[in-house]
Each structure stands twice: as structure tokens, then as C-alpha cells.
Design a protein. Structure first.
Length: 152
């Protein structure tokens, strides 16, 4: 049986076979050896390929959840900023009325306001996170934006 030769480089005759066994540039491969190496490599790679086929869908799903979470996060951040803005505006509005309070009492009033705003924030945040990555996500984010005047 005649062995086929494959050469990479410049030392080739017109038929693609080098004139001798030591080309000036490049490498000479026996095709049968080359094919055996490819076959062995394919056998070795099959388990890794099967493993990759299993984990790729999981990775895509995780990436999609992460992307959806980031989109939801922008609404959550905007909502938190809006509530903080309301808190600051109302504190400034009532600054004269609470200025007569002791520092500890003013601190208690501010802590109470923050606690109330956190309770208000909790429901929308939970809903937005629960619907991240679902078809309802965008509509829900828009609704929260309209309700709280987020201007998104």
C-alpha cells in the first residue's frame, strides 16, 4: 500500500510531494499517521464535547438571567433614588418643624422615614426580581416607572 504524504511549507514539487525526506522549510507528515492522530484526538475529545454540550445551555440560561437581572436592577436603582429624593424633599419641607427636636428625636424621625420607604420599596423590588427574565419583565418595569414617576 502506498503511503500518502502531506507537507506544510515551501519544499514541494509540482505534485505536492517533497523531492526528498528533508525539506528545506516545513514539515512532512505521513497521511496514515496523521489520520490516526486525528482519530485518537477525536476519541479523547468526545467526553469533553459531551460535557460542553451539557453546560452550554446552563451557561446561556445563567447569562440570560444575569442580563434580565441587570435590566431589572436599573429600575430598582431608579426607584430607590426616587424614594430618596422624596425623603430629602420632605425633610427639607419640614426642617423648620423638626428643628426644635432633640438630635436623638430627629434621628428617630429620619430612621422612621427610611424604614417606611424601605417597606414601600420592598414590594416592587420583590415583584421585579420575581419576574426578571420573563415576558412580563418589561411591562412590569414600565408600570413601576409610571407609578413612581421614574421617567424611564
Amino acid at each position: 500500500m502506498e503511503k500518502h504524504r502531506l507537507q506544510f511549507g515551501e519544499a514541494q514539487t509540482t505534485r505536492g510531494v517533497p523531492e526528498d525526506d528533508e525539506p528545506e522549510k516545513g514539515f512532512v507528515y505521513e497521511m496514515d499517521d496523521f489520520q490516526q492522530g486525528v482519530g485518537a484526538n477525536q476519541k479523547q475529545c468526545r467526553p469533553e464535547a459531551a460535557w460542553a454540550e451539557e453546560i452550554v445551555p446552563e451557561g446561556i440560561e445563567r447569562a440570560m438571567r444575569s442580563l434580565a437581572s441587570r435590566e431589572v436592577s436599573s429600575t430598582i436603582v431608579a426607584l430607590a433614588r426616587r424614594l430618596e429624593q422624596i425623603r430629602e424633599e420632605q425633610l427639607e419641607r419640614y426642617r423648620g418643624k423638626i428643628s426644635t427636636l432633640e438630635p436623638a428625636q430627629r434621628g428617630a424621625v429620619e430612621a422612621l422615614i427610611k424604614a417606611i420607604l424601605n417597606k414601600i420599596l420592598h414590594g416592587p423590588v420583590c415583584e421585579l426580581n420575581a419576574h426578571a427574565g420573563t415576558p412580563e419583565q418589561h411591562a412590569l418595569a414600565q408600570l413601576v416607572g409610571r407609578i413612581f414617576g421614574l421617567g424611564q
